[in-house]
Design a protein around this ligand. Structure first.
Ligand SMILES: *Cc1c(COP(=O)(O)O)cnc(C)c1O
Length: 456
């Protein structure tokens, strides 16, 4: 039996369900891009788990209680305490979301032609590195690309590859090494404590700053607790603090594990670097004690970080993701195994083997799922991560997935069953699904605004 949810529902939003004909019209008008749908036209929204969490009554009451001030609101000091206590960092700047932290970080550290190694860059991280003239490099372990490999820590950095890369490029060209926990793009796969430690030591031995992309740190900590020797009796909070202890800094989108709708942090140990981050973020984001947010958002982030490391919460969270994955596996739907921390990734290469990647099978699957049942997932494949060669031909992405991200504390187990059932129905008629042709895409992060048309 599933463990019961560790909360009850105090307020609800009624959902509207369009007919299939209406949905077909909506997706056509949206250029076959689910980012261009109105959310009110979506029945179950698994586009992202970012900024879509349901807040607790305590978060909301902290928001009401706090002082709204340009400088020195109590919310800042409350957040400072939480960041110290749970993440173990004394210095940080507040930003409006994760990519803003990336902007401040890379604007400060990168020069044209620099490299940034990471296990795997998230899309905004990759775009931010490129935007500053840098080159993002993914050095995740090989198993990450093997959909059938069922190992415990598929998000790990390949230490040998990293070592060789540093030798090859020289340390002057590598101003920072990053590690994304969990590896969102690679299926929400965790990184082991051992790996975090090894990357940290290697970075230190070369004098290169080591930063965590810590958007999903507590989900990663939960995996460590369940899978890594010696951590089974440690608390999520304690494991989280140890993970952060190996880093010189971190980026964090509070839209994920801050359990809020907007917010982010950029943490750092070095005082001089902190000074630089602070001064730049005053220009880009706002005064340090609010950082581009309303003060009440800071209170909600602080309370959210307290809640996200609670054992009952993480157990519930992982049970939801695992439940959806198990239902899909029972129906032989090809997914990335094992299930990650925040989402289930359906492998479109195996779901739609006859559609070449140039015709965006994961995008086609995503639009078909919406048409079929009003469920919105998102493509993380050639639209999001493909490149163009000199002649404008599409170079396919290594992975071709439809991600079903589960918003935190939002949907019931029944709704997840409906999702699995809908995908099953689609799987049974997968032969009828056609590929897409891309008619428009901007250069960086093109998938957000891209447009498509169905192939005849
Ligand atoms: C969401 C996310 C980001 C970017 O955060 P935003 O708040 O969306 O700007 C960066 N890295 C990872 C791993 C993420 O999941």
């Amino acid at each position: 039996m599933k463990r019961p949810e560790p909360f009850k529902i105090k307020m609800i939003k009624n959902l509207k369900r369009l007919s299939k004909d209406e949905r077909e019209k909506k997706i056509e008008e949206a250029g076959y891009n689910v980012f261009k749908l109105r959310s009110e036209d979506v029945f179950i929204d698994l586009l992202t788990d970012s900024g879509t969490s349901a807040m607790s009554d305590q978060q909301v009451s902290e928001m009401v209680k706090t002082e709204q001030a340009y400088a020195g609101s109590d919310s800042y000091y409350i957040l400072e305490e939480v960041v110290k206590d749970i993440l173990g960092f004394d210095r940080f700047v507040i930003v409006h979301q994760g990519r803003a932290a990336e902007n401040v970080l890379f604007s400060t550290l990168l020069k044209e032609g620099d490299y940034v190694p990471n296990n795997m860059h998230f899309d905004t991280t990759k775009a931010n590195v490129k935007h500053k003239g840098g080159e993002p490099v993914n050095l995740v372990v090989e198993e990450a690309y093997d959909m059938d490999s069922n190992t415990d820590f598929k998000g790990n950095m390949d230490i040998q590859k990293l070592e060789e890369f540093i030798q090859e490029k020289s340390i002057e060209k590598i101003p920072i090494i990053m590690l994304t926990i969990t590896n969102n793009t690679g299926g929400g796969q965790p990184v082991s404590m051992e790996n975090i430690k090894e990357v940290s030591e290697l970075a230190k031995s070369h004098g290169i700053p080591f930063f965590l992309d810590a958007c999903r740190f507590a989900e990663n900590a939960y995996f460590i607790k369940k899978r890594e020797n010696g951590y089974e009796d440690r608390s999520i909070k304690d494991i989280s603090k140890e993970m952060f202890s190996y880093a010189d800094g971190f980026t964090f989108s509070a839209k994920k594990e801050g359990l809020v709708n907007i917010g982010g942090l950029l943490g750092v140990r070095d005082e001089k670097l902190h000074e630089k981050f602070k001064n730049l973020s005053i220009i880009l984001e706002g005064f340090p004690t609010y950082g581009g947010l309303a003060c009440r958002e800071l209170s909600a982030v602080a309370q959210g970080i307290i809640e996200v490391v609670q054992e009952e919460y993480q157990t519930y969270r992982h049970q939801q993701v695992g439940y959806l994955a198990d239902l899909l596996l029972e129906g032989n739907i090809p997914i990335i195994e094992p299930a990650g921390g925040h989402a289930v990734f359906v492998d479109a290469k195996r779901f739609l083997p006859d559609i070449p990647q140039e015709n965006f099978p994961a995008q086609a699957l995503t639009t078909e799922l919406y048409k079929e049942s009003g469920i919105r997932g998102v493509e993380l494949g050639t639209s999001a991560f493909g490149e163009l060669d000199g002649e404008g031909n599409i170079i396919p992405a290594q992975m071709e997935n439809m991600r079903l991200a589960i918003p935190r504390r939002v949907y019931t187990f029944n709704q997840l069953e409906y999702v699995a059932h809908s995908i099953q129905k689609l799987y049974e008629k997968r032969d009828e699904i056609k590929g897409l042709e891309r008619t428009y895409a901007p250069k960086l992060l093109g998938h957000f605004m891209a447009e498509f048309k169905p192939l005849e």
